[in-house]
Ligand binder design. Structure first.
Ligand code: FAD
Length: 382
């Protein structure tokens, strides 16, 4: 197979488009011919939220920023300012519109709608076979895990995977109800059945917000189950007089799998395929951005201490075995630590000493139970 392009990107979702945007910002005069392959002509429908204390490459696309965060549970509630962080919102439509404006204006980029089936590497060139043709390049990135390898792996697992699954309502109220500076990151004041269940509220104005019912658990629910919980929650804690303008739903795997085992041959991984979705939270946008910045700079990722994967594994084990404990664990986490510290911990930027101090504020029995279980079975919890 002859080389068709200099670079191929498999998948045209969040991380590939981040790569492309960052690459062209750093190499405006690059002559490289790039192929963007995606099985769908439409971009994935989603929005991204995350906390950040620094300006970043997509800062200009952030349409909302919040400076205060609330945590609530039956044990109590806490509100904190999160300076120097803000919680930020990037809409998928703004992100893809920006990314494609540059792609469409750039004659060096080919965009093809085709499903990648297989890749192979001959030592210098990676050949990419799709349902609509074959392409080859010396540099190939993929945000898509190899589904054949992934399916084989899943078939061998004796337990179903864990998911963060959710359904949200965009609501309008008659009265001024919301503080537009304050998001509710987690509100556990609901029945803990069918997983660890909490509500998430993002207000866009005093009268408009997105309210989501989120579950950490094994199986996604029926739509009507989320709707029932949302109805109960909005009536009790927001208003019984709401207008739902639209709904959104999604599911994010909470998985400790070694994604490198599911890589397409001869490719370098981006985004989900690089295992960058944080298993215990589902956040990825900024982790992926940092990763593409390193790749385009040619620098190596700093070694992350393995203890962060260990914490994630323990928490996922508790979600699987004792989901009703999560509300209490989160209450202790947010009521006994500063939120900025929790964010740094979730960003895997805290020191071991800081981790010990923070972990000592949590109820230890569920962690000890899980630690014992995992040590005895010597088997991944998810
Ligand atoms: C509903 C949802 C909400 C999320 N919200 C947040 C959030 O608020 N904050 C955050 O930080 N993270 C969030 N995440 C996690 C993560 O940021 C997103 O999943 C992100 O879109 C992952 O980017 P990606 O490039 O890895 O994959 P995607 O953006 O999913 O892109 C993958 C692309 O590959 C294409 N594709 C798949 N298979 C093939 C194939 N065989 N051949 C060709 N193309 C293929 C797909 O069509 C898709 O366009 C969310 C995830 C989901 C699912």
């Amino acid at each position: 197979m002859q080389q068709t392009h200099d670079i191929i990107l498999i998948g045209a979702g969040c991380s590939s488009m981040q790569w492309l945007d960052v690459y062209h910002a750093k190499n405006p005069d690059s002559e490289k011919r790039i192929l963007l392959l995606d099985k769908d002509a439409e971009s994935p429908q989603r929005t991204w939220c995350f906390w950040s204390a620094e300006e970043h490459h997509f800062d200009h696309l952030v349409s909302h920023r919040w400076s205060k965060v609330k945590f609530a549970s039956p044990l109590g509630e806490v509100i904190q300012e999160i300076d120097p962080f803000t919680y930020q919102y990037v809409s998928g439509s703004a992100f893809f519109e920006h990314a494609y404006k540059n792609v469409n204006a750039d004659g060096r980029i080919d965009r093809v709608t085709a499903e990648v089936k297989k890749t192979s590497f001959n030592g210098s060139l990676t050949t990419v076979e799709t349902n609509r043709g074959t392409y080859a390049a010396p540099e190939v990135y993929s945000s898509v895990p190899n589904s054949e390898k992934l399916d084989n792996y899943k078939k061998k697992q004796d337990e179903p995977g864990l998911w963060q699954h959710f359904r949200g309502w965009f609501i309008d109220t008659e009265e001024d109800i919301f503080d537009p500076e304050l998001i509710t990151l987690m509100d556990f004041r609901t029945e803990q059945k069918g997983g660890a269940v909490f509500f998430y509220t993002l207000p866009f104005s005093t009268k408009r917000a997105l309210v989501e019912c989120t579950v950490f658990g094994a199986e996604p629910w029926e739509e009507s189950d989320y709707d029932e919980r949302l109805r109960e929650y909005t009536e009790r804690y927001i208003s019984s007089d709401i207008n739902i303008s639209h709904r959104e739903a999604g599911q994010i795997p909470m998985s400790m799998m070694d994604f490198d085992a599911f890589r397409f041959d001869g490719t370098k991984s981006l985004g989900t395929a690089a295992g960058l979705v944080k298993p215990s939270t589902g956040y990825m946008f900024l982790r992926s951005l940092r990763n593409v910045e390193r790749i385009t700079d040619g620098t190596k990722a700093p070694e992350k201490p393995s203890r962060f994967a260990f914490y994630d594994r323990l928490l996922l084990g508790i979600i699987r075995d004792d989901p009703h404990q999560i509300s209490r664990i989160m209450y202790h986490l947010f009521s006994r630590n500063s939120f900025t510290h929790v964010f740094r911990f979730l960003d895997e930027e805290t020191s071991f000493k800081e981790d010990i101090k923070m972990l000592s504020t949590l109820p230890y029995v569920p962690f000890l139970k899980q630690l014992t279980k995992q040590s005895l079975s010597r088997k991944s919890a998810v």
